[in-house]
Design a protein around this ligand. Structure first.
Ligand code: GLA
Length: 732
């Protein structure tokens, strides 16, 4: 082939020059990290770096852009929000059927804007546009600088004349560069929540997803860790921890591209959810919330905890109520006088509140089991002839607050609500009903149902302003997804899964507008429901129905990577064979409650429980607001060890549990190196929560410098005879 050498040389010289002038570099920074995006010669915005912060911002211009798997543009793997149907060969973040039926989308960089919301919070907004279709996409990156957290979401605007259909609409499309990637994800089932599995990602796409509609975490949560280059460790290595803030169907995809880099796409699950978007309408996705740490999972978790307490969980920097719950003590079998006696038991125990669980409502179909009554939220006259008002007063007279259980999104077919409003129920009328725990889900896509659910809560508070707490349960998944409301509006059923969750959030929004402070627990027959969107409205969540304390150590351990202790409800129950001390010690690691029959406690057990609650109240600043350090991993050792240090580093508490009985050896044969203390402060260590006349084998008179404890460490002397050891560490 004949070439014109001069022209070629000119082209090579001119093109990069022109490009250098046009390229925009977007730098999104937190305290320790930089996320750097750059537009290429085609105006496609690409992620060129996400990692340790550049010392010199100016040098971002030297970062190479490549990440092309082939020589042409179709091989670009690192688009910030990968479109489909045009040039990309990879898993898309967005896929649209345009008003004219065309299925191609291209997104080109238009502008960027940074807005400072406070000293610590900034919002970067990037505008992308399709050059052919009138589609606008805005990418939002909210940075929480000190916590190294980024919250990312997307808004898609239809400026075409007709309705478009969003086939896929991810929240975020990250790109990570490393030699190897290790994904930790979690799986499980009822009472088996948060079982971790770490694996090296290989070619192809690994997907975490849920299609359950509601309580969508039942089999796996939208929560993950990615370790770069080597498997994750507690205090070293680069790790990314993430959670999708969406309580409905989710999909998180991890795709290793041909360059062996990781494309991460997270958002609402597009499964059966093609979403029509009318002309001029916008669609806002949920947020992916993530934190990148250069020093392992420990720091990443503390960053998440700090962020969540300060910016996300309702009343995250406040206090929490200890409580006595009657579920496992009575199940459905109680009456007014039994309950008022339980108030006295709660008072005797020393907790702040009594929580009345399931079974207090419905008359035509009384709630005496889980097969009837859900939806009929008025007091059962037989069990509670004087109503909730009386109970609340009695509780107050006893000196204890009163909270109540609700499951307002659900209905039993055997209920007056179902009889009156069959069209409020999610079902396919032409198919047999399919139940989960004998119940069905109400159609929260319907504004009338939203009003009803809001009304349930509002009526309770209007009638009983002293009501101190709500346990909001959600025990069924969605079968036969179908909304009579959407049908009546001539709207597509494929909106249902999204509109259900939006309906739920809108109800919660209204509740919080009117009752901003009342603590509420997010529950669902176990850890079927916790994410960082729902936690905007809740003060705490129920990690699992499994309260067997050995299991709990592992379950709580795994939740602790992502959620702070203040939000994690731990109840002492009769599950398992461990002694009361062990059970209480485990529950103390988070937000403590009791679900036992107090009158069955022996005198020294009761005394132990009372003292433990006093110890807990004293240690709350460290447990609920302090920094958490996972010291000894129960997956790799015969014992677990964790500590919490108050922010002023004057108070700390170390929890140690013997978890493996396979060898009769001492579980903690050597000192455990402590973390998070002030090296220059002196500390005294005292074993607390000693049962009966148990004497500690530890010396409580010695004074240690923080530096010593964080270098040599301290042996809690855990063994089969001392299976749970709590140490209070106080600065002198
Ligand atoms: C769910 C909850 C339990 C209890 C029951 C009541 O299973 O997880 O704690 O509230 O519902 O039916």
């Amino acid at each position: 082939m004949k070439r014109k050498p001069l022209l070629w040389i000119l082209c090579l010289w001119v093109a990069p020059q022109l490009y250098a002038q046009q390229a925009t570099i977007v730098q999104i920074e937190t305290k320790s990290n930089s996320l750097i995006l750059k537009s290429d010669e085609n105006k496609r915005l690409r992620t060129i770096y996400f990692g340790k912060k550049l010392q010199n911002k100016e040098e971002a211009k030297w970062i190479p852009t490549p990440s092309k798997s082939t020589d042409d543009n179709s091989g670009i793997c690192n688009a910030v929000y990968t479109p489909s149907g045009s040039w990309s060969m990879f898993e898309p973040a967005i896929s649209i059927t345009h008003a004219d039926g065309n299925i191609s989308t291209e997104l080109l960089f238009q502008s960027v804007q940074e807005q400072k919301e406070s000293e610590n919070v900034s919002l970067t907004t990037i505008l992308l546009k399709d050059p052919v279709y009138q589609t606008e996409v805005k990418l939002f990156y909210k940075t929480y600088i000190q916590e190294d957290v980024i919250e990312q979401w997307t808004e898609i605007k239809n400026l075409e004349k007709g309705t478009i259909t969003l086939q896929k609409y991810a929240s975020a499309n990250l790109y990570l560069n490393a030699e190897k990637f290790y994904l930790t994800n979690y799986y499980g089932n009822w009472a088996q929540e948060m079982r971790p599995k770490e694996m090296e990602l290989t070619g192809g796409i690994k997907v975490l997803d849920s299609k359950l509609g509601t309580r969508t975490n039942l089999f796996e949560p939208p929560t993950f860790t990615i370790a770069l280059n080597k498997a994750s460790a507690e205090d070293e290595g680069e790790v990314l921890l993430g959670n999708l803030g969406w309580s409905g169907n989710f999909k998180i995809e991890f795709e290793l591209d041909p360059l062996h880099n990781l494309r991460l796409i997270a958002g609402i699950n597009p499964h059966a959810s093609a979403y029509p978007l009318a002309s001029n309408a916008s669609f806002k996705t949920p947020s992916l919330i993530y934190t990148l740490s250069q020093h392992g999972k420990g720091l990443a978790s503390r960053n998440f905890h700090n962020w969540a307490r300060k910016y996300r969980i309702l009343d995250g920097t406040g206090d929490r109520l200890t409580l006595l719950n009657n579920w496992e003590a009575t199940y459905f079998d109680f009456d007014q006088s039994k309950l008022t006696n339980l108030f006295k038991d709660g008072k005797k125990l020393g907790v702040d509140m009594f929580l009345l669980d399931d079974g207090w409502f419905a008359n035509k179909y009384p709630r005496n089991g889980d097969n009837a009554g859900l939806g009929d939220w008025e007091e059962n006259r037989k069990k509670l002839p004087d109503g909730l008002g009386y109970l609340i007063k009695e509780a107050q007279n006893t000196g204890i607050k009163f909270g109540i259980w609700l499951e307002p999104e659900m209905v039993n077919p055997k209920s007056e609500l179902y009889e009156k409003h069959p069209d409020w129920v999610v079902k396919q009328v032409q198919r047999p009903e399919h139940y989960f725990r004998n119940q069905l889900v109400l159609d929260l896509a319907n504004p009338k149902v939203q009003d009803y659910v809001f009304g349930v809560v509002d009526n309770l508070f209007t009638k009983n302003p002293a009501l101190a707490f709500i346990k909001w349960d959600c025990n069924a998944v969605i079968f036969n997804a179908n909304s009579a409301f959407l049908q009546s509006q001539g709207q597509s059923q494929s909106k249902f899964y999204v509109d259900y969750i939006r309906g739920l959030y809108s109800v919660l929004e209204r509740i919080r507008a009117k009752y901003p402070k009342v603590p509420m627990m997010l529950c669902s027959g176990g850890g079927g429901r916790v994410d960082y969107e729902a936690l905007k409205y809740f003060t705490e969540f129920w990690p699992s129905d499994n309260t067997e304390p050995l299991e709990r150590i592992f379950i709580q351990w795994n939740y602790s990577y992502y959620f702070p202790a203040i939000a994690t409800c731990n109840h002492v129950t009769d599950w398992g064979k461990q002694p009361l001390k062990f059970r209480i010690d485990v529950a103390m690691m988070g937000k403590m409650g009791f679900d036992i029959v107090v009158e069955h406690l022996k005198a020294e057990e009761l005394q132990f429980a009372q003292t433990a609650i006093q110890n807990y109240n004293k240690l709350k600043p460290a447990i609920l607001q302090g920094d958490q350090y996972r010291l000894v991993d129960p997956y790799t050792h015969d014992f677990a060890s964790l500590m919490y240090v108050s922010t002023d580093k004057n108070q700390a508490v170390m929890f140690n549990y013997f978890v493996s009985n396979r060898y009769e050896s001492t579980a903690s044969p050597k000192p455990v190196v402590l973390k998070g203390l002030d090296p220059n402060k002196k500390y005294r260590i005292q074993e607390i929560n000693l049962f009966g006349n148990q004497k500690s084998s530890l010396n409580s008179n010695a004074e240690y410098s923080g530096s010593y404890l964080m270098t040599v460490g301290y042996n809690p002397e855990v063994n089969s005879g001392r299976s749970s050891v709590i140490l209070e560490i106080g600065a002198i």
